[in-house]
Write a protein that binds this ligand. Structure first.
Ligand code: R5P
Length: 296
């Protein structure tokens, strides 16, 4: 039975102080439910409003491509520097320590490999994403690809329905077909279609005129890094995307294929969270690389 002795009346009602009603720090997210906002706040740093997502899901299509042959040796040492990890569930369960406490953007579609046609994917069961405590589900869409556009858009649509039921945000990943022009008009179209179908985050590629892509997308955009570039160019890419309004990067090869991946991800982090200019970030990369080389 509850202890009812000395039950005191409340006295501190703050009658003259209005309760604060806070807006949410990410665009287009104010009307999401608490669990969604909680997960978005794990992915995006509430102070900067941005995120460095470390992508290492490449093996789910490409197999043991350069840099992800041994996730335990090459990727795990980097995760302390990432805000969020993007990977497939097999790698997550087999190699990523749950004690790392990093939010997971779970690769949530499957069914393709580099040996066959891309994008004939199906989505994984949302209950498995929930079991893995995923902070987001990533689903690829292939806008403009006659064979797979409808399937991949319905994948996204269904993932959003499922994610909604469990409070898990969905990231729409814009795939680029071989026939597609990599320009702002195309990426604005693809990103907007993702958001219109309910994606809470959109991953796309940086291009000239990216401000327009960001402006017409009602939810946060992160950019993929794409193929490996010289480090300074990759930092310039990240800088231009952030200055154009991107909410972060979801970068893989330009980090894990770098000569000094830990130095690179830290330099990218400075660009993303601190608006550091590319030249300064490159100097930071070189200094950290030198330090790491000296202690080898
Ligand atoms: C996207 O679908 C891929 O699976 C990668 O996650 C994405 O392309 C980011 O990696 P990268 O920076 O190497 O392009």
């Amino acid at each position: 039975m509850a202890d009812l002795d000395d039950l005191r009346d409340g006295a501190k009602f703050g009658e003259n102080i209005a309760q604060k009603t806070e807006g949410f720090f990410l665009k287009g997210c104010n009307n999401l439910d608490w669990g969604m906002k909680d997960r978005m706040s794990r992915i995006f740093n509430p102070d900067s409003g941005r995120s460095v997502m470390l992508a290492f899901d490449h093996g789910f299509i490409m197999g043991p491509t350069s840099g992800v042959e041994r996730i335990d040796l090459t990727i795990l040492p980097l995760i302390e520097h990432a805000d969020c990890l993007m990977c497939a569930r097999g790698i997550l369960r087999s190699l990523v320590p749950p004690s790392s406490r990093k939010p997971i953007c779970l690769r949530s579609d499957a069914g393709s490999s580099i040996l066959t046609d891309l994008n004939h994917n199906v989505i994984i069961d949302v209950q498995d994403a929930a079991r893995l405590n995923a902070s987001a589900m990533a689903v690829m869409v292939a806008i403009g690809d006659a064979d797979t556009e409808a399937l991949t858009v319905s994948n996204l649509y269904n993932a959003v329905d499922a994610g909604q039921a469990y409070g898990i945000p969905v990231m729409g990943v814009t795939a680029v077909g071989k026939a597609m022009a990599r320009d702002a008009r195309y990426f604005a179209l693809a990103s907007r279609i993702c958001a219109e179908n309910g994606a809470n985050i959109v991953k796309t590629y940086y291009t000239e005129g990216f401000e327009k892509v960001v402006a017409c997308c009602p939810v946060p955009i992160v950019i993929a890094g794409g193929k490996k570039l010289p480090e300074l160019e990759a930092l310039e890419l990240a800088y231009m995307a952030i200055q154009a309004g991107a909410a972060g990067v979801d970068m893989g090869r330009n980090v894990f294929q770098s000569d000094a991946p830990a130095a690179m991800i830290q330099a990218v982090g400075a660009v993303v969270h601190k608006d550091i200019k590319p030249a300064e970030a490159f100097q930071m990369y070189q200094d950290l690389k030198q330090l790491a080389d000296a202690t080898k």
